[in-house]
Design a protein. Structure first.
Length: 280
């Protein structure tokens, strides 16, 4: 597997996609930083948390480019013919995409922290106290929890994207499915959050007597279903994109439970299926 991994890394540095990925990883934190300062809203936690969206999009495109049509057919066949084990091919490709995901997050977080430490562009934000609040978000427990949560979700989606690309020769389908997955990972929790914010009781007025009375809200989620919805929202990527003061309120343990479970199950299913896959 080490030889296969070394081959993948060599192919990475020779491909345009990797360099485009790295360039975008460098430019994105500058864009996010100045955007937040110019709006005068948001914070350091949000700057790191929102990398989940940018990083996931970059990973989806990178995986689609890395696993091209040639790699999907002749590439795999050639590796198997020369005696490379299928399990080595599978995990070498998975490790390669995970290395790219981790590298992108490190670059993004590093540049954001450097920008705050050097106070570049601070003059565009008149309220110095507000800037210090932003900066405080990038220190201590909040920083580590935010980075860990973003990393867990990036790893989870990278595993899913990798497995999809290994089994589909259609780049259009892969990109469409990846985009849909990223969209619902933020949209669906926001819709559920809106439902959770509905009041338990509402006031209605009788059309005939015009008497007002308080009745149970049919749109209110209660009982076991409410516990499930709360757990889902707190463990979803939505928690990474909201404008909180810091990351200390993140339910990192729940995020870890969900992401690691999905990653392990997807990885195992992909390994078993890849061992039986026939290449045309």
């Amino acid at each position: 597997m080490l030889l296969q991994l070394r081959s993948n890394l060599t192919r990475l540095f020779l491909g345009r996609g990797t360099w485009i990925y790295l360039i975008l990883s460098i430019l994105l934190p500058f864009a996010v930083y100045y955007s937040v300062l110019n709006r005068g809203s948001g914070n350091g936690h949000a700057m790191l948390g929102k990398y989940y969206i940018f990083g996931s999009i970059l990973q989806a495109v990178f995986c689609a480019l890395f696993f091209g049509r040639e790699e999907q057919s002749k590439g795999f066949q050639n590796k198997i013919v020369v005696g490379t084990k299928r399990i080595s091919i599978y995990f070498a490709d998975l490790i390669t995409t995970l290395l790219i995901a981790v590298s992108g997050l490190i670059v993004h977080a590093g540049i954001i922290c450097i920008l705050f430490k050097t106070e570049i562009g601070r003059d565009s934000l008149k309220d110095m106290y507000q800037y210090r609040l932003y900066e405080r978000c990038l220190t201590g427990k909040g920083l580590y929890l935010t980075l860990l949560s973003v990393l867990l979700w990036l790893v989870c989606f990278t595993v899913v994207f990798t497995v999809i690309n290994l089994f589909s020769s259609s780049r259009v389908f892969v990109l469409f499915f990846s985009a849909f997955l990223i969209f619902i990972s933020v949209y669906l929790p926001s819709e559920i959050t809106a439902r959770l914010n509905h009041p338990e009781f509402i006031t209605v007025e009788d059309e005939v007597t015009h008497v007002k009375e308080t009745v149970p809200n049919p749109g209110y989620i209660s009982g076991r279903m409410r516990d499930v919805c709360v757990y889902y929202v707190e463990s979803s990527p939505l928690a990474l994109t909201v404008n909180e003061l810091d990351g200390r309120s993140l339910k990192t343990e729940k995020i870890a439970e969900v992401t690691l479970t999905v990653s392990v199950l997807t990885c195992a299913a992909g390994a078993v299926s890849f061992a039986r896959k026939e290449f045309d």
